[in-house]
Ligand binder design. Structure first.
Ligand code: UD1
Length: 422
């Protein structure tokens, strides 16, 4: 297993380019199952999660060619309608094949994705959505066996106890594109990745209204066409690089980002005393000494994203005062706090709240990554800590950050990947 060795403590300065969004690309790849015509997806990031989705599509019988950041994909008629456990267990987003398979083939068998280190991850809203469209959903022996004679449009309330669900909105929206009649999702997710998926489906010929609002209407069509698409830039990667600027007390120009997807993040950075300059496709984050402490509460878009909670926590460990973070989406998503404390941070966790007493400096240590965004938080901490930080289990990082060491090295970071036997 590889490790990252970081020698931190210096300001990072320069330009860094964001890749396109993993969380937009994954459902878009699954949506290609909705047509037997070829689709071409451009500027796809080379990430483990993308490779896993491609592996899953291939296992279903889809022809996929991933070369030079372009995915050529064609889901013909000779398909297997079962998503194998060995692939699904690697990535929760595998459940994105459920809606498209049910819509086009009226049958799907998908192993249950299970929990993960950021806490319980129920799928009741996905099940409710498909049942509302007329599918019979049997859950037995650890898999979902779904079938239907035909999907029928319906009004579906998709909000759960923790607000709208990105995944369930995507799954129901994909399924409804080929259903009979009109489906209205009430309590739909507003995330830019949902809007991007919806626009991709529209380019395939789907009839969708209300994207970016909490009520999305989809009128089913007989069939969809192939199309070409470039997914949106990754707002979470952009926010991660902003935290690198804050923690290293540097100046970073973040290229290939969509500033309007980052409004809550930019407002938080300003409260932390950063100066932010916008251009059309980039932002410049300029820090002014140690960040000021802030209070952050995670929320569905357009609120502060849970996927940046860990990275901001890392940056706030060196704030000039006490910060508070309340996690409202995944209530126990705080494993990174313990590792940050091993680097000299002072973080106390109480249920879904974190209190971060800022310290002047962190000190390098041996730490272990526990999930994708927690890994990014440890990298950020390593970049600002004095001395050497060794991060193990960095395969989590490879799921969601493309060429991270190379990109950070371009800013002057001392970061190196080494192979390790233990
Ligand atoms: C997606 C993102 C993930 C991000 C999350 C929240 C992808 C591949 N993943 O995950 O990175 O952290 O959105 O922005 O895009 N819930 C239920 N029942 C359900 C489904 C979800 O109660 O059936 C709850 C979840 O436990 C959570 C909340 O709803 O508390 C939001 O989850 P959801 O938006 O569904 O997250 P994902 O789509 O899995």
């Amino acid at each position: 297993m590889d490790k990252l060795i970081i020698k931190g403590g210096m300001p990072l300065i320069g330009k860094i380019k964001v890749s396109n969004a993993k969380n937009a690309t994954l459902p878009i790849l699954a949506a290609c199952l909705l047509t037997d015509k070829p689709c071409q997806i451009n500027q796809v990031p080379m990430l483990q999660d993308i490779k896993t989705m491609i592996g899953l599509l291939k296992a279903l019988g889809v022809q996929v060619n991933f070369k030079n950041s372009t995915v050529d994909i064609c889901a013909g008629h000779n398909m297997t309608l079962e998503a194998p456990y060995d692939i699904v267990r690697k990535m929760r987003a595998s459940y994105y094949v459920l809606g498209p398979l049910l819509a086009r083939f009226h049958k799907a068998k998908v192993y249950l994705p299970g929990g993960c280190s950021i806490g319980p991850r129920p799928i009741d809203l996905h099940i409710k959505g498909m049942e509302s469209l007329g599918a019979q959903m049997n859950i037995e022996h650890g898999f979902i066996d779904a079938q239907t004679d035909k999907l029928q449009g319906a009004n579906i309330l998709l909000e759960g106890n923790f607000g709208p669900s990105v995944g369930a909105t995507a799954n129901v929206m994909m399924a409804a594109t080929l259903a009979q009649g009109t489906t209205t999702i009430i309590g739909a997710a507003l995330e830019p990745e949902i809007v991007d998926l919806g626009n991709f489906l529209k380019a395939m010929g789907a009839q969708i209204q209300g994207l970016g609002s909490s009520q999305i209407s989809i009128t089913g069509v007989k069939q969809l066409n192939g199309t070409e698409w470039t997914p949106i830039p990754d707002r979470i990667e952009a926010g991660t690089f902003a935290c690198v600027a804050v923690a290293s007390q540097g100046i970073i120009e973040i290229e290939n980002c969509e500033p309007k997807h980052l409004e809550a993040v930019v407002l938080t950075l300003k409260e932390m005393s950063c100066s932010i300059t916008h251009a059309e496709n980039s932002i410049i984050v300029k820090t002014n000494g140690r960040p000021k402490p802030v209070s952050i509460t995670t929320a569905p878009y357009p609120g502060f994203p849970t996927d940046l909670q860990a990275q901001f926590m890392a940056a706030l460990t060196i704030a000039d005062g006490t910060s508070h973070i309340t996690e409202k989406i995944f209530k126990s998503r705080f494993l990174h706090a313990l590792e940050l404390n091993r680097m000299g941070a002072d973080i106390a966790i109480d249920d879904n709240k974190a209190i971060i007493n800022g310290k002047e400096k962190l000190s390098g240590a041996k730490v272990m990554a526990s999930d994708l965004r927690a890994s990014a938080a440890l990298v950020i901490a390593g970049l600002c800590a004095e001395g050497e930080t060794e991060i193990s289990r960095i395969y989590h990082l490879d799921r969601g950050y493309e060429s991270l060491e190379q990109k950070l090295t371009g800013l002057g970071a001392k970061i190196e990947r080494v192979a390790s036997r233990n």
